[in-house]
Every structure is written in C-alpha cells, then in structure tokens.
Write a protein that binds this ligand. Structure first.
Ligand SMILES: [Zn+2]
Ligand SMILES: [Zn+2]
Length: 345
C-alpha cells in the first residue's frame, strides 16, 4: 500500500509499505478515506518526538471504512464507517477507568508515533471497540476529520481545563488550527470576551469570522498591553496557550487575571520561565493536558446537530498521491493560508 513514511530527521517519503494485518483479537484494519496533517507531524519531522522512529507511517487523524476486525471486536464489523480517535484506549486500565485515555497503559497517543498511523491507504487500530467511533449515516465525513484530534484538543485542554464560563473573558494565544478549535468550542459556554492573539493578520481575520470579539497582532511586542487595555486593566479569566513556545506561555503569565487559569495546549520543546514573583499572590491556576478525547461523543452530537461547524477549518484538499505537496502547503501556512488540509484516498 501507499504510505507517508518518516524516513530520517527532516525527511519523509510517499512510498510502498506493507499493508497492516490484525495483530491482536481487539484490532481492526481501517481503509482510510480521509486524513489530515497535524502540527505534531511537523514536530516529528524536525526530530522533536523521541518516541517516533524513522520508518514510521505518520498521521493520527482520519475517517475510514472497516476492512476487517479481530475476533475480539464486538462493536464494529467490515463495512462500518468510522471516526479514528488520535488517542487509543483499552477502556480497562486505571487511567482509562478515570477517562484519562491519553495515559492508557497500552494505548494513548501511539498512532503515527510508536505504531504506524493514518497517512496511508490502511491503518491498524488497536483496542478498536474503544478507539473508534461509528459515523452516523448522512454525516459530513470531512468535517468529522476535525474530531480526531483538534476539536477535542482545543476543547478539553483549552476550554474545559481553562474553565471558560458564561460572561467570562478568554484570550487565546495562537490562531492556528488548534487555537481556532478552542475558539469554536469556547463558544459553547458563551464567554463575554474572546481575544485572539497571533502574528498573522490573515489568521486573525479568520478568527474574527469564527467568533473572536477582539483580535491582537503581537508582532510589535505590545500584546500584553493591548490585552490589558481590552480588559480594563484586569486581564483575562482564561488564557489559553495554543502555540508551544516560551514567548506565548510568558504572554499568558502576563495577561491572566486574579483567580484566572492558564490552560496550556502547546507542545513545548524547551523550558519556559515561570514568573512566580508576579504570580504567587494571584490565586491563579496553570493546567496542562494531553487530549483524552473523552469529549468526542459530545462533539459528534454537536456537529450532527449543526451547533458547531468544524468544516470551516478546512482550507485545502489533496489526494494521497500528492501528500508531499500537502505537507508543503501546511508547512508554509503564512504564505498558503492553510489551516487544515484534507488528504483523500
Ligand atoms: Zn495532532
Ligand atoms: Zn487503558
């Protein structure tokens, strides 16, 4: 089968790869119909993710059709249309019983990391019963690709951990796909103010369309002052970090209001300074989380009921044969204005 393989640091190739086979009774093989590229895939290619070794098929998002299932799979059969969760969960271990699927002792984030992923014609899904979701008949499968990772990530790590509430104030630092997913799902709770911060005017314009009440371009280094001005000098109840670099986390430290929350989403590769000298008396909380995808069933219903439209995040379409071009478009988002790219088989 064709697959996008991480071949060495900085290198990838679309090449022939053995088709996956059932390895455990709880496995399913899924024919991938649509997948996408995540910022995390770019981190892997840079060599930032030690658990992902060269030779690995990348990708942890997608929808598809079940090709075959192991003897232990009871929820799914060949021909079923399924949403693939970026998090694999056994449903039985200590962490899974606490809905902390991201830390499943035989799962978690393994797809396109420690086992082959979804940027291929076929993918093996371990613990299929508890790691796949049936797609309701008539659903827009392209929109549902956004539910594999970015929507639950923005919602759980940003909005839920950030305790967004009716009438509250929120700043989202980073207007990329994850920041925009947080922006879309924050509106479930009707906050009064949602300030979007980014370096790129194009992405900020997009944020305005998606429901941001205010936008702040941080290029000139005055983002903190601008957010304080917009909030009457108080700061925000929820500061969501959606980039993963020291400057954006430190901005959150400057703009969080007393009693507020800094909800980190970003994948950080270097240390960040914690300014306890200015935060120790602020009754504030810092949260971190790897997405558990425990909100996926709720998000499926919300999308089905048109309460939220994640399709707005899709800007480009490619065939699997052109996945290298898809990586080019996604990797140079400032020029191409790419948010999420759909790759079809
Ligand atoms: Zn991802
Ligand atoms: Zn588990």
């Amino acid at each position: 089968m064709k697959a996008l393989v991480y071949t060495a640091v900085g290198q990838k190739a679309l090449r022939e790869h053995p088709k996956p086979e059932i390895a455990a009774p709880t496995d399913a093989i899924v024919r991938v119909t649509k997948t996408t590229i995540c910022g995390t895939d770019l981190h892997i290619l840079k060599g930032d993710v030690a658990t992902c070794k060269p030779g690995r098929v990348l990708g942890h998002e997608g929808v598809g059709v079940i090709e075959c299932v192991g003897t232990g799979v009871t929820n799914f059969k060949a021909g079923d249309h399924v949403l693939i969760s970026c998090i694999t969960s056994c449903g039985k271990c200590d962490y899974c019983r606490r809905q902390m699927y991201s830390h499943c002792t035989t799962g978690g984030w393994i797809l396109g990391n420690s086992i082959d992923g979804t940027q291929a014609e076929f993918v093996r899904i371990p613990h299929a019963d508890t790691s796949l979701y049936p797609i309701p008949a008539g659903a827009d499968e392209e929109a549902l690709v956004m539910l594999s990772d970015i929507l639950p990530t923005g919602f759980e790590c940003g909005v839920l951990n950030g305790r967004v509430q009716p009438g509250s104030s929120v700043a989202i630092v980073g207007s990329g796909p994850i920041g925009l997913a947080a922006l879309l799902t924050a509106q479930f709770f009707s906050p009064a103010v949602i300030i979007m911060v980014d370096l790129d005017d194009g992405r900020l314009a997009m944020a305005k369309k998606f429901g941001a009440t205010d936008i702040v371009n941080s290029t000139d280094g005055t983002a903190a002052e601008q957010v304080m001005k917009l909030t009457g000098g108080i700061g925000v109840d929820t500061a969501i970090e959606a980039v993963g670099i020291p400057a954006t986390f430190e901005l959150c430290e400057k703009i969080v209001a007393p009693g507020g929350v800094i909800a980190n989403i970003g994948v950080h590769g270097t240390k960040v300074d914690l300014h306890l000298e200015s935060l120790w008396d602020r009754n504030m909380t810092i949260t971190t989380r790897l997405v558990d995808t425990s909100s996926t069933p709720m998000l499926l219903k919300s999308v089905g009921a048109a309460k939220i439209d994640p399709k707005q995040l899709i800007t480009h379409h490619f065939k699997l044969d052109d996945i290298i071009a898809a990586y080019e478009a996604f990797g140079h988002a400032a020029h191409t204005h790419a948010l999420k790219v759909i790759i079809e088989n």
